[in-house]
Write a protein that binds this ligand. Sequence first.
Ligand code: PLP
Length: 400
Amino acid sequence: MEIDKLSVIQTANHNLMNTYGRFPVVFVDGYDSTLIDSEGKEYTDFLAGISVTNLGYSNPKVKDAIIHQANTIIHTSNNFYIEPQVALGKLLCEHSFASKAFFCNSGAEANEGAIKLARKSAYLKYGSGKNEIVAMKGSFHGRTLATLNITDNEAYREGYGPHPTGFLFTPFNDIQALEKVVGKNTAAVIVEPLQGEGGIHPVNLDFLAKARELTEKYDCALIFDEIQCGMGRTGKLFAYEHYEIEPDIMTLAKALANGIPIGAILAKGDYAETFAPGNHGTTFGGNQMATAVGKATLQEILENNLTDEVYRKGQYLKAKLQSLQEEFDLIKNVRGLGLLLGMELNIQGSEIVKEMLAKSFIINCTQGNILRFIPPFTITEAEIDAMVLALKGVLEDKGV
Ligand SMILES: *Cc1c(COP(=O)(O)O)cnc(C)c1O
């Protein structure tokens, strides 16, 4: 079927809420790390749907899982046992710190559930006074009413009050500040081991160790939000493995089912046993379609050692970006782990993103001046070379 791009854009303006600044592109097909638009133009993807389609656009195991569920059952409800949900829960527990999993439908919903879990646990042990959730400056944890209050962006909260209370921010990687804010009223400390939306900032080992120590001292939960940095993205299955520090609770979403909506809360110890029937739930969460595809996605990563590939390709891309840094004064810094890389500029990045799109490369910019590179794991060295060459051309036009 022919797609008329102008009519799609006009109808979108008419019938969709105006929540996104969209590029005037309609993708209709894809394979590996390539997306194809309605006019047949091919783009190399360094965004992966914001770290979602990590296995690219044509992984056969992902397709088979979708087709199998379409031919059998998509959904029943959590009133019954769901075999692929059980299998995915088991697989995630076998390959992480966790002993139990809960499935939901998005990242914000996973974090919302993790907050509820930490508060319920503190409440059952200590009563209602122990309820504070400590989050980091620069964090992004979602857009629901509760998660907005642990997302460090004042503008996102504006106009949505009154807000739920008991949420505090502390500067990222600042041990002294953390020591002051965590105490007997703390129910949880939530950290992204590698801040994504906040500008590709990895947590420091000593800070994370202090967060682990303080949460143990005050018997509260250490929550890792690995929604963006988990599922192999940093060259380890989970980013916390770089630090060898385990959380009590971890949230996943984005790449967990390579694009089929899913979220998960993983937990160990008391936190795995806190919820009882009626305490928390979701209709769609963990349905056959989402969890069968999640299982296929995770198996692909494990069976093909994709984390090693991510590490290797990440090193390659990082070295290329660093060589640009040597050439251009407007590049302040290149950082990140695996295939979650950022390039900080001393100019705004949005124009560069647009010009790269015109040259058939999908990149992204966060925090105004940090270019973000999060390609599917299928990206090749040749595709990386071509993107870096295009970026060099765009930067040359901006002056040195
Ligand atoms: C994207 C993201 C979320 C929110 O996930 P949604 O599925 O958009 O609700 C939460 N935390 C982190 C670290 C993210 O990158």
